[in-house]
Design a protein around this ligand. Structure first.
Ligand code: PA5
Length: 361
């Protein structure tokens, strides 16, 4: 795949794209350090977005990975039909087949049937792994590998976390401590959790996390509403509410010790901007001081409780470790509410209405 494309288009929604996108943006950066551009489609009905993607890729070498466990998700099927026709027109039938890979159930669904009929290479999503936990199956691993990221390192991190978090002892299991802390905070009236990072390239990690917790926990009129912010950017929008607004939320800080890259702030002889007080300092240090100052402001005068999760760095191994931490914590925090973390009955309701309006039989 890497040898034959400039653009790798991932077509999927929810658990079938969020994890891969979170990993790729965090590990490669927003302006992609890798030579292959990864584009996500099939996660919206927006005509503007879909048309813009097709326009953007029209003169580039393209490969496609369509991902759907059920094989019937409308957003994905709609975008994939357009992509399939685009590929067939661009490359002809034979070549397009070599450039399309389907990740789906081993037997069920229209995508599986279509892939078999066309002869696409397929990867299997194991039956017992639900969408939002599927990042560590080919759903996530194929796009992440095509993005040039070391998936063995990612799985090493995950395995390490599995070993570290298998203890039933709360004192030795950080995932369970987080799971329990969430329940204690909710019992104190905190119905909203804001996942905060200081790295813009981790905003998709927050989107992935929101789906994981929102879809796992939000049932039977229970659960904590997951929301997210990137600081210090959002301190200039949401900061006021957090500091002085209604006391409904707690923050979970997702901090990074070693950034992917750092810069030293330069001195300026003229100092017209009065910024020389930072000369010689690392930008990451400035970011850390912003985090420290904000934590103090929110906790001490804002009375907003903060949980802190620290990643040692922004490596594939740490990403894998973090994923398992959140998987395990999510399952436990749901069980503490007597909720099944692995289903999502509520998401069917909008589909019924939409299908009626679209005239689907
Ligand atoms: O977590 C889930 O189960 C969902 O978010 C699904 O991943 C999402 O609805 C996409 O489903 P599918 O992979 O069947 O197209």
């Amino acid at each position: 795949m890497r040898a034959s494309c400039e653009v790798f288009v991932v077509c999927g929604i929810g658990g079938s794209y969020l994890g891969a996108r979170a990993a790729i943006e965090m590990l490669n950066g927003l302006y992609g350090k890798d030579e292959i551009e990864i584009i996500f489609i099939g996660n919206t009905f927006s005509s503007t977005y879909i048309a813009q993607v097709l326009e953007h890729i029209k003169d580039k070498e393209v490969c496609v990975n369509v991902i759907s466990k059920s094989g019937t998700t409308t957003e994905t099927s709609l975008a994939f039909r357009l992509l399939k026709q685009f590929m067939e027109q661009k490359y002809g039938m034979q070549e397009s087949v070599k450039r399309i890979v389907a990740t789906t159930d081993c037997a069920r669904g229209t995508l599986k049937a279509l892939a078999d009929e066309k002869g696409y290479e397929t990867f299997v999503i194991p039956d017992d792994i639900g969408g939002r936990y599927s990042l560590i199956t080919p759903v996530g691993l194929l796009p992440i590998a095509v993005a040039g990221i070391d998936i063995d390192a990612l799985m090493d991190g995950l395995q390490q976390a599995y070993m570290d978090m298998s203890s039933a002892d709360l004192n030795h299991n950080p995932a369970y401590r987080y799971a329990v802390a969430r329940r204690i905070l909710q019992n104190m009236g905190k119905d909203v959790e804001m996942l905060v990072s200081y790295e813009p390239s981790m905003s998709m990690v927050a989107e992935w996390w929101k789906q994981l917790f929102g879809e796992s926990e939000g049932k039977e009129e229970k659960g904590i509403l997951p929301c997210s912010a990137t600081f210090s950017t959002d301190l200039h929008s949401l900061g006021q509410f957090i500091q002085e607004g209604k006391k409904v939320l707690f923050e979970t800080l997702l901090l990074v010790e070693q950034p992917l890259l750092d810069l030293t702030f330069p001195t300026d002889e003229e100092n017209k901007d009065n910024m020389n007080y930072l000369a010689g300092k690392s930008l990451h240090w400035v970011n850390q001081m912003a985090a420290q100052g904000t934590l103090q402001a929110h906790e001490e005068s804002g009375h907003v409780p903060n949980l802190i999760i620290t990643l040692p760095d922004m490596s594939a191994k740490s990403f894998g470790y973090m994923c398992y931490f959140f998987f395990r914590a999510c399952a436990m925090t749901c069980y503490l509410l007597d909720i099944n973390p692995f289903n999502q009955p509520g998401v069917e309701v909008y589909k019924k209405n939409m299908f009626r309006l679209l005239g689907k039989q």
